[in-house]
Design a protein around this ligand. Structure first.
Ligand code: DQA
Length: 147
């Protein structure tokens, strides 16, 4: 049986989850969420790897490397969502299915968060469900992959 491999990427400031604006992003740490998501993935025969970076370049390099190592990506790009054409080009360049994922509802916040330059090149977007956004995104991706 072919193992399905999914990469979870979290962008800038998401390493501060748990203490960063908890009323917006919740009280769970990123490690808590990753651990729970990995158990959830294992139960579905999916291998989940994860990566967090505050650097745009490292995020782009990780997307490039993923081209030959995983079947799809769950990506919370943080603030890069709203302006990184370089990340958009990386997503287009590798041709992998990517689900843009946000804890908060970016459409119900400051006007500058309402725009995603990445959404048009992603398979879909999940936003506004807190930690559950990651689980919904993973489900959507693995259903898309036919798992
Ligand atoms: C975020 C939303 C972004 O606007 C913000 O810059 C983040 C987190 C979210 O998960 O809700 O860092 O991606």
């Amino acid at each position: 049986m072919k193992v399905t491999r999914v990469l979870l990427i979290n962008g800038p400031n998401l390493n501060l989850l748990g203490t960063r604006e908890p009323e917006v992003y919740g009280y769970e740490t990123l490690q808590d969420i990753v651990d729970e998501l990995r158990s959830y993935a294992v139960a579905k025969d999916v291998e989940l790897s994860d990566f967090q970076t505050n650097s745009e370049g490292d995020l782009i390099t990780k997307i490039h490397e993923a081209r030959t190592t995983v079947d799809g990506i769950v990506l919370n790009p943080g603030a890069f969502t709203h302006y990184s054409i370089a990340i958009r080009d990386a997503i287009t360049g590798v041709g992998l299915p990517v689900i843009e994922t946000h804890l908060s509802n970016i459409h119900a916040r400051e006007p500058f968060r309402d725009t995603s330059v990445l959404a048009p090149v992603c398979l879909g977007v999940v936003a506004g469900f807190g930690r559950n956004s990651y689980f919904v995104a993973l489900d959507a991706l693995i259903r898309h992959l036919g798992v």
